[in-house]
Design a protein around this ligand. Structure first.
Ligand code: IYR
Length: 222
């Protein structure tokens, strides 16, 4: 392979344990993550949120364009507006837009249009997908590539980082999400991608009694 013009030696991360033990230990951590919809108002420091977003920002992306913006909201008035905007869309969803099959699929989760957690959770991280790069000094906006894949990967890494920090989170997708751009004053080239409430679970928090598919259903070795 021809070396690209700019390279440096790669130092591979070496885990504390051997690969079998390290991969299993990571699985044992991640399998404890659950989507939480019952939050307490217990605070989470901005420092913690900053490190978790920094972890997400280490994600690979198409041509390394890093087509993401993470907007971390703790201001109560902004959270209130986001709740009102989300609940308006969710009422439409539950009362009109959702098909009967979709509603039946959601029944085990017990979700409805009430999104109180959007005000209770100390942080809402709104993930935006960049449709173009930010303007450079001359005002030019370059292309981004594989933006959905890139911001999806970064979001997964964000969820893992939050979980690793002992925090609860939810991937919330009120649809459409345009109201988030207006409330947060984001520019046109940023599209809302995910709304992630972050915090601690309430003392009485329960989660749906559902299971993940076993390994042999999700993996094929050949
Ligand atoms: N956005 C709605 C509905 C919803 C849709 C799916 I797909 C879910 O996995 C969960 C909920 C809501 O948040 O209630």
């Amino acid at each position: 392979m021809a070396l690209p013009p700019n390279t440096k030696p790669h130092r591979q991360f070496v885990p504390q344990a051997d690969p079998d033990a390290a991969s299993r230990a990571f699985y044992e951590v991640l399998r404890q993550r659950r989507s939480v919809r019952m939050f307490s108002d217990r605070p989470v420091s901005e420092e913690t949120i900053r490190w978790c977003i920094a972890s997400a920002g280490t994600a690979p992306s198409g041509a390394n364009k890093q087509p993401w913006r993470f907007v971390a909201v703790s201001d109560p008035e902004l959270k209130r507006q986001i709740r009102l905007g989300a609940e308006a869309e969710e009422r439409e969803f539950y009362e009109r837009r959702a098909t009967p099959e979709w509603l039946a699929d959601l029944a085990p989760l017990g979700t409805d249009a009430d999104k109180a957690f959007l005000e209770v959770a100390p942080w809402l991280i709104v993930v935006f997908k960049l449709m173009k790069q930010d303007r450079d000094d001359s005002g030019n906006q370059g292309q981004v590539y594989y933006a959905n894949e890139s911001v999806g990967i970064a979001s997964g890494m964000l969820l893992s980082a939050l979980h690793h920090a002992g925090l609860a989170s939810l991937t919330h997708t009120p649809s459409p999400m345009k109201f988030l751009s207006a409330i947060l004053g984001r520019p046109d080239h940023e599209r809302p991608f995910l709304l992630i409430p972050v915090g601690h679970p309430s003392a009485d928090c329960v989660v749906p009694d559902i299971a993940r598919k076993p390994l042999d259903e999700i993996a094929v070795f050949q």
